[in-house]
Design a protein around this ligand. Structure first.
Ligand code: 8DG
Ligand code: MN
Ligand code: MN
Length: 387
């Protein structure tokens, strides 16, 4: 007989960084709905976004499926709005508000336009109000686009295709070769969603460091040149390290923006043997446009490479643990760690350091475990940071 689903009352802590959130969970129907509402709020730039994200995150951490409203008793972060949406889904299988959002012209257009690399909510909203709905509308509108947005439009289809772990590993090999070539002894580490065990991602995130402090200085431009010389970069924007100049004269970093040497890039990943079947639309495009090119790849020739977003970050060894924790995500987990540090511990956490306001000093750490310990938190491994 089926076990009776009664007394499924779980209590959970109020901060996502106090909870274990696996990738696979039991409430995807509910969290998908709440995440649409979070997106809808983001698109109209209202406060509802983080409220809906926190509510979804709580349901992700539950060890069972929510089947009735009693299951929600004792859970944090579930406000009146979230509860109303959950109740509707439990009763009718769907929420009218979510359905309406998904079908609205604004939601669909904002989703498509913010899906362009280099386009945020503000720009997308302006374009939407001018009547633009699709990346193709933008391309034909005559708007002046910056280089990032031009690359975003050019590689729109590829960049909106999930990156697989195999592709991430292939890029890892290339980055490793580049880094080793320009600075022997340097190390690279895969972070972001892949470190949390995700099978796919929207980009690939790497941290680069060298065990000898100082050796890593100025590394990024050399790595980028190495890659560019081999035609492996379709786009890159590199920022130099600005951590020291920002902290000079003040006791602590001004905010949580991170100031590492880093590069937001688009790699050209060769896919040996991949034919048109990789792009289902390839055949159609081939019929439609005889001699045009899509994303730089000539239609009619073999479809043998893919544009992939890659984030590279260089960190001094002494900050490595903080950078690793800060770049592993999830984004909500990170935000909650900083909220916990500030509100509960009078500390300030960034991807560079942890500052204790009471002791008026920085707390050192050589691994993530030490940072959790400083913060008075139980260690949560990367695969359980999928908040
Ligand atoms: P995905 O790519 O698989 O879709 O998910 P993800 O890997 O979790 O998301 P991400 O957008 O690549 O971000 C990964 C982590 O990187 C995220 O938790 C926060 C961190 N991160 C940025 N940008 C910045 C930044 O400017 N400063 C700092 N400190 N961290 C950042 O993405
Ligand atoms: Mn990522
Ligand atoms: Mn990233």
């Amino acid at each position: 007989a089926e076990p009776r689903p009664i007394a499924m009352v779980t209590t959970l802590n109020g901060y996502a960084c106090q909870r274990r959130t696996p990738l696979q969970h039991h409430n995807a129907v509910l969290t998908d709905a709440l995440l649409v509402l979070a997106e809808k709020a983001e698109f109209s730039e209202n406060e509802g976004r983080s409220v809906a994200l926190r509510a979804a995150s709580v349901l992700k951490a539950l060890p069972h499926t929510v089947i009735n409203m009693e299951n929600l008793q004792g859970l944090p972060c579930l406000g009146e709005h979230s509860q109303r949406v959950i109740k509707e889904i439990l009763e009718d299988g769907k929420s009218r508000e979510v359905e309406a959002a998904l079908h609205s012209e604004q939601y669909q257009a904002m989703k498509a336009l913010t899906g362009i690399f280099g386009v945020g909510v503000k720009t997308a909203d302006r374009w939407f109000r001018e009547g633009l709905r699709h990346p193709s509308d933008v391309a034909s509108s005559g708007h002046r686009l910056n280089h990032t947005q031009q690359a975003g439009i050019q590689h729109y289809d590829d960049l909106n295709m999930p990156v697989t772990k195999a592709e991430a590993d292939a890029i890892g090999q290339i980055v490793k070769e580049a880094v080793q070539a320009v600075l022997p002894g340097a190390e690279i580490i895969l972070t972001g969603g892949f470190r949390r065990g995700k099978p796919t991602g929207h980009d690939v995130d790497f941290l680069i460091t060298h065990p000898e402090e100082g050796k890593e200085e100025g590394l990024m431009p050399k790595v980028v040149s190495w890659l560019e010389a081999r035609g492996l970069l379709l786009y890159q924007k590199t920022n130099r390290n600005s951590y020291l100049e920002a902290t000079e004269g003040s006791a602590r970093p001004p905010n949580n923006m991170d100031r590492f040497e880093r590069s937001f890039s688009i790699f050209r990943l060769d896919m040996p043997g991949a034919g048109p079947e990789r792009h289902p639309q390839a055949a159609l495009l081939e019929q439609a446009q005889d001699d045009s090119s899509v994303g730089g790849r000539r239609v009619g020739e073999s479809w043998d490479w893919k544009a992939v977003r890659v984030d590279l970050v260089v960190t001094p060894f002494s900050q490595f643990a903080f950078a690793l924790l800060g770049w592993t995500g999830s984004q909500l987990f990170e935000r909650e760690l900083r909220r916990w540090a500030g509100q509960e511990k009078h500390m300030s956490l960034s991807s560079h350091a942890l500052y204790d306001s009471k002791q008026k000093r920085y707390l050192r750490a050589s691994c993530e475990e030490e940072i959790f310990a400083h913060l008075g938190l139980e260690f949560i491994p990367p695969c359980e940071r999928n908040a």
